[in-house]
Design a protein around this ligand. Structure first.
Ligand code: ADP
Length: 307
């Protein structure tokens, strides 16, 4: 096999109380990529469609992660990467992570899988660091493994796969405004009140419990972030109106996806997730801001081969 086409999924990082350690994988939105073996040595990005992104290997996250893996090997051939971008960069649903895992996953398949998914994620972290200026894996891990993934530690990399209840669906709204990750990082508090920390880890523990026991009510009650969301939500127009509309339409809970501006809601069942979408649309259509919406089952498989 000399060429492979893959689907690299979008992901929701943080999941409210799981700030910087948890993410889940989407099914209905993601990038496509083609990875090809070439006689020419090195990593070359030969085609990008959808959004304007750099072709230079060291400036594109997919190139940087691919190079990290390539330099770990001693090959007498190289790889070409084509990116068909569907996830808008900077939307907060893991656009850079999809590219970072895509290249290394595809190369690994073409090489007969010399690396484990955990090792591939380590290479992808190098690519993701180009976009976010720090090493983190809360979008990469769910894109690679699927479902809910808990990044217990980045160095050494420890990823725990958390089960996802079968009827869990996500509704995502992506308002077409730009929030720079640096701007949204700058809003984070340097210190946290002990009282808030206690609330946050109680919520996160119960979210993990709810996911393990298929308890939708507990999942809903746990989707609260008392540390980051109060600060970051100020950058997202109509955040409170969206989360209220979602809850009124039957959602279990909502929160900021990654560092925003996307907002996610989780629901039990597809029908409720669609009702939530319609309720949010009603709210946003009055806002005069362009937006995209997605309804997706939780993708339990993660990145996959298309051909
Ligand atoms: P997201 O959370 O949607 O991934 P980020 O702000 O983390 O958004 O990353 C987007 C940034 O990474 C943009 O500045 C973009 O130009 C840069 N970037 C470089 N290569 C890629 C790529 N292959 N895919 C997406 N973004 C990329």
């Amino acid at each position: 096999m000399n060429e492979i086409k893959i689907f690299s999924p979008a992901t929701v990082a943080n999941v409210s109380c799981g700030f910087d350690v948890m993410g889940f994988c989407l099914d209905s939105v993601g990038d496509e990529m083609v990875i090809r073996k070439t006689e020419k040595k090195g990593i070359h990005i030969t085609h990008i469609e959808g959004f304007n992104l750099p072709y230079e290997t060291d400036k594109n996250v997919s190139g940087v992660s691919a190079l990290a893996m390539y330099n770990d090997l001693d090959l007498d051939f190289g790889f070409e990467i084509e990116i068909y971008k569907k996830i808008k960069p900077g939307s907060g649903i893991g656009s850079s992570a999809a590219s970072a895992v895509g290249s290394v996953f595809g190369m690994n398949e073409l090489l007969g899988r010399p690396y484990s998914k955990r090792q591939l994620t380590e290479f992808a972290i190098k690519g993701e660091a180009l976009a976010s200026k720090c090493e983190h894996a809360d979008n990469l891990a769910p894109a690679m493994f699927g479902g809910f993934a808990l990044v217990k530690s980045v160095s050494p990399l420890e990823i725990l796969e958390i089960p996802s209840p079968k009827e869990l669906y996500a509704t995502i709204i992506h308002p077409q405004i730009e929030i720079k990750t640096s701007e949204s990082r700058a809003l984070l508090p340097k210190e946290v009140k002990l009282e808030d920390a206690i609330t946050q880890w109680a919520n996160f523990g119960s979210l993990i419990h709810g996911l393990h026991t298929n308890n939708y009510e507990i999942i809903g009650k746990s989707l609260k972030d008392v540390i980051v969301e109060p600060h970051r939500s100020k950058l997202i127009p109509y955040f409170d109106a969206v989360t209220k509309a979602a809850i009124n339409a039957g959602a279990l809970g909502s929160g900021i996806s990654g560092s925003g501006p996307s907002i996610f809601s989780l629901s039990q069942g597809e029908e409720t997730a669609i009702n939530v979408k319609e309720a949010i649309e009603k709210t946003y259509s009055k806002a005069g801001i362009e937006y995209d919406m997605h309804v997706s089952k939780i993708n339990t498989k993660g990145i996959k081969i298309l051909n």
